[in-house]
Write a protein that binds this ligand. Structure first.
Ligand SMILES: Cc1cc2nc3c(=O)[nH]c(=O)nc-3n(C[C@H](O)[C@H](O)[C@H](O)COP(=O)(O)OP(=O)(O)OC[C@H]3O[C@@H](n4cnc5c(N)ncnc54)[C@H](O)[C@@H]3O)c2cc1C
Length: 394
């Protein structure tokens, strides 16, 4: 009984307090209302004020509730709804494929736009060893500073200026496997990655990519460093490839600055970021196999500004392109390309090779099972080139 009466008295106290609070808040509300009401009713007659009092009060409450509701929901939504995902090297995100083009029965060109928050990964690329490469932002800064260009040029030439070739990983949503694909363009200039994907018989990720339509989503991560190059160190860079293995070289040529005035081509040539900065000029030689008979030679078409014809417009005499028959790389082609340099300073040549193992082996020897470079043997070894001059791309 005592407990009950205590509980009841506590309860009464509570209700009394509550009632006091309510009446206080009621008085306050009334005061605010009367103030607001007075200000709004100045223009209207006093009779209408009294008759519309309840309507105005409910309007005022409605407004209050709406403001409170918005005040709570907007920050909650902001914090709890996932923001649009960026492209990162370590985590997959679904990104919209903005454009797909069938460029041959076996090849599809896909474009994925890079969210602005992810462009940093392309501007400040990492090397394979995880360290930060000496490119990107520094190039942009020297470009901005047109006034100090002359002074800057000397500084830049001395710098170990670097280009990192990067690739992306694309995932199959059905079975959790991923495959690497190399953008053909310079993503820092285009804010997008464009990749040529070959469909091979029974190929899983190739199938996924070839089924994509404009506006579809694809699981992607990257960029991941393939290799990095210091163009200023070389008098000549030779690139040897076949099929889609040309992609890293198309990317390299898209990223390299040109000193050749762009031609008035129907497709605009990429305006190289540091073209105003006169970096030392490596001679460029692309040796690329022709496709098998009956297959389309997509890389020599004008479909994309990163394909061979536009790059030739961009580089002019600086870039030599040699097309060879499909199959083994002829020794004479290599000897001809190396002729002048081998007589002189071999250290100033870089040979980049992106070929299937069957073609890479006789040219320069295999990569090691854990994708190390391995010794330089084969034709390039016979010509006296070493690991200082040759880089094998997987
Ligand atoms: C660093 C790097 C960058 C790459 N960049 C590109 C690129 O830009 N574009 C591109 O198309 N590919 C590129 N590749 C190859 C690509 O990653 C895949 O290996 C290829 O697309 C096959 O994947 P898939 O899932 O379709 O076929 P899978 O399911 O892996 O293979 C199915 C079958 O096809 C065979 N096969 C695999 N590849 C080939 C081939 N090239 N020719 C003939 N048969 C093959 C396999 O041995 C297997 O028997 C790159 C590879 C590396 C390592």
């Amino acid at each position: 009984m005592l407990a009950l009466s205590t509980a009841r008295s506590t309860c009464t106290r509570c209700t009394r307090k509550q009632r006091q609070l309510f009446s206080k808040s009621e008085i306050l509300t009334k005061r605010v209302l009367s103030r607001q009401f007075a200000s709004t009713s100045k223009s209207t007659s006093s009779s209408s004020t009294s008759s519309d009092g309840t309507t105005n009060r409910s309007r005022w409450f409605g407004r209050r509730i709406a403001i409170t509701f918005l005040g709570l929901t907007i920050p909650t939504t902001y914090f709890f709804l996932p923001s649009s995902p960026g492209i990162t090297p370590h985590l997959y995100s679904d990104q919209t494929v903005s454009c797909t083009k069938t460029i041959s029965p076996q090849h599809k060109l896909i474009t994925v736009d890079i969210p602005s928050k992810s462009i940093e990964y392309f501007m400040k690329p990492f090397r394979r060893d995880g360290s930060l490469a000496n490119s990107g932002i520094e190039r942009q800064q020297s470009q901005q500073d047109q006034q100090n260009q002359q002074n800057q040029q000397g500084e830049d030439d001395k710098k170990e200026w670097e280009i990192v070739i990067q690739h992306m990983m694309i995932k199959s949503p059905d079975i959790q496997i991923e495959r690497p694909y190399t953008p053909i363009n310079d993503p820092t200039k285009d804010d997008q990655v464009r990749m040529v994907v070959k469909r091979v018989r029974g190929g899983e990720v190739g199938r996924v990519v070839h089924n994509l339509k404009d506006g579809d989503q694809v699981g992607i991560r990257g960029p991941i460093p393939t290799c990095s190059i210091f163009p200023n160190r070389y008098d000549k860079i030779i690139m040897i490839s076949t099929g889609t293995a040309i992609s890293p070289f198309l990317q390299l040529l898209s990223k390299l600055p040109s000193q050749h005035p762009p031609n008035s081509s129907s497709i605009s040539t990429p305006t190289a970021a540091p073209s105003t900065v006169n970096h030392s000029k490596p001679q460029l030689h692309l040796i690329h196999s022709l496709p098998l008979e009956g297959r389309e030679d997509w890389s020599s078409s004008n479909i994309d500004k990163s394909f061979i014809p536009c790059l030739q417009d961009k580089f002019g005499d600086q870039l030599k392109v040699t097309r060879i028959n499909p199959g083994f790389i002829p020794k004479e082609t290599i000897i001809n390309s190396l002729r002048d340099e081998v007589k002189g300073n071999k250290r100033n040549i870089l040979v980049l090779i992106c070929l299937p193992p069957m073609l890479m082996r006789p040219l320069c020897g295999d990569m090691t099972p854990n994708l190390g470079q391995g010794p330089i043997t084969g034709i390039l070894g016979e010509l006296g080139l070493t690991n200082d001059n040759v880089w094998k791309l997987e």
